[in-house]
Design a protein around this ligand. Structure first.
Ligand SMILES: [Zn+2]
Ligand SMILES: [Zn+2]
Length: 322
C-alpha cells in the first residue's frame, strides 16, 4: 500500500473547523479553527509573502509594531518561572493580541519537569479564570504541550502542542533535550554510538505525532539538534538524517498541523537559530507547510524572545523545486 493512500485518509480527519487553503499558505496547509491562533498564523504568513516579493515597498521592513502572540508558554505549574497571572500581565503590557498557555503534560516515568496530575487541574482552573478576567482585552487560550509518551488528556483544551522529548528504546526513556552528556551516554548505550540510528527513531516518533496526539501544533520539529550548535553532535545534512526528517515531514504535511518556528533554545543560550534548522525550515516552506511563531517561554522576560527578528528572516523565501 502506498503512502499516499494513508496520507489521503489522514487529511479526511481534519477537525471540522480546519480549512484547507492554497492561496496564502501553500497546498498542504490548514488554517486552525481557533480565531486567535489563525490570526497569528495569517499575520506571519502575510509577512513571509511580503518578503518573497522584493519589489514590493516595505518588503524588508522592520518587525517593530507587529502584533505578535505566543502560544507556547510554560508556568510554575511545570518548569516555568512565572505564574499564569504574571505572564498574562506581561503579554498585555507587550500588546499581544493573545496568549496561549501550554504546560507540560504529565509523564509518569519522569515527573521532574512536567505538571503533576493535581497541578494540571489547578493550572486549568487558573488559566480559565484568567481568560474570564481578561475577556475583551486579550484572548487567553488553554493549551497543553502533550508529550508523545503521555496519556491522552482527559479534559478539553483549546489546542495541543505535540512534542517528542524522549525516545524509548529497550524499555528505557532517553531524554532528547536534557543535556549533551546524557544524550551521548544514552546513544552509546542504546544505539552503540550510532547517532543517526537515534535520529531515525526520534523522527519516526515526530512523524507519528498527529496520529498519536491529535496535536494542532508540532513542537520543535528538530529538538534533537539542541546541543548541536557547533555541529559536532551530528551532521544536519547527512543523508540518513535528512531522509528520516523528510519522512516525518511528509506524514505531518497531510495532517492539519502547524510547524513551530521555536526560539526557545536561543533564549536559553543553546542555539543561535530557531528550530527547525535552516535546511528543514526551507523544506517545510517549499512543501507548503504552515508556520507559527513560538518562544517556548519559560520566563516572562522572554515571552516574545527573538520572534520579531523571525519576521525579517530572508531564508523563509519559498524557492521553486527544480
Ligand atoms: Zn518541548
Ligand atoms: Zn515547551
Amino acid at each position: 500500500m502506498g503512502g499516499s493512500d494513508r496520507n489521503h485518509s489522514l487529511a479526511e480527519f481534519a477537525p471540522a473547523g480546519a480549512k484547507k487553503t492554497e492561496s496564502l499558505f501553500g497546498r498542504n496547509s490548514f488554517l486552525p479553527e481557533n480565531p486567535a491562533i489563525a490570526a497569528s498564523v495569517e499575520a506571519f504568513a502575510r509577512g513571509a509573502q511580503r518578503r518573497c516579493d522584493p519589489d514590493r515597498p516595505g518588503a524588508r521592513r522592520s518587525g517593530s509594531g507587529s502584533k505578535i502572540s505566543n502560544f507556547h508558554t510554560h508556568t510554575v505549574y511545570c518548569d516555568g518561572k512565572d505564574t499564569p497571572r504574571a505572564l498574562a500581565e506581561e503579554a498585555l503590557r507587550l500588546g499581544c493580541p493573545a496568549l496561549g498557555f501550554s504546560g507540560h503534560s504529565y509523564t509518569a516515568f519522569d515527573p521532574s519537569w512536567c505538571m503533576s496530575p493535581e497541578g494540571t487541574m489547578e493550572y486549568r482552573r487558573e488559566v480559565l479564570a484568567l481568560r474570564e478576567e481578561y475577556a475583551g482585552r486579550m484572548a487567553i487560550l488553554l493549551g497543553l504541550e502533550q508529550d508523545y509518551w503521555s496519556e491522552p488528556p482527559g479534559e478539553k483544551y483549546d489546542y495541543l502542542i505535540g512534542s517528542v522529548h524522549y525516545v524509548r528504546k529497550d524499555g528505557e526513556y532517553l531524554p532528547v533535550d536534557e543535556s549533551r552528556e546524557i544524550l551521548l551516554k544514552g546513544v552509546e548505550k542504546l544505539y552503540g554510538g550510532d547517532i543517526y540510528a537515534f535520529a531515525e527513531d526520534y523522527f519516526r516518533l515526530v512523524g507519528d505525532l498527529w496520529e498519536r496526539t491529535r496535536c494542532r501544533i508540532v513542537g520543535h520539529f528538530d529538538l534533537l539538534t539542541k546541543f548541536n550548535e557547533d555541529g559536532t553532535l551530528l551532521d544536519e545534512t547527512h543523508p540518513r538524517y535528512l531522509r528520516a526528517a523528510g519522512e516525518a515531514l511528509d506524514r505531518l504535511l497531510e495532517a492539519p498541523v502547524l510547524f513551530e518556528i521555536n526560539t526557545g533554545a536561543m533564549a536559553r543560550g543553546y542555539r543561535t537559530t530557531p528550530y527547525p534548522g535552516p535546511v528543514l525550515r526551507r523544506a517545510i516552506a517549499r512543501k507548503g507547510g504552515t508556520f507559527i511563531l513560538s518562544s517556548d517561554c519559560h520566563r516572562k522576560e522572554q515571552l516574545l524572545y527573538g520572534l520579531a527578528d523571525q519576521l525579517n528572516q530572508p531564508y523563509e523565501r519559498v524557492e521553486e523545486a527544480p
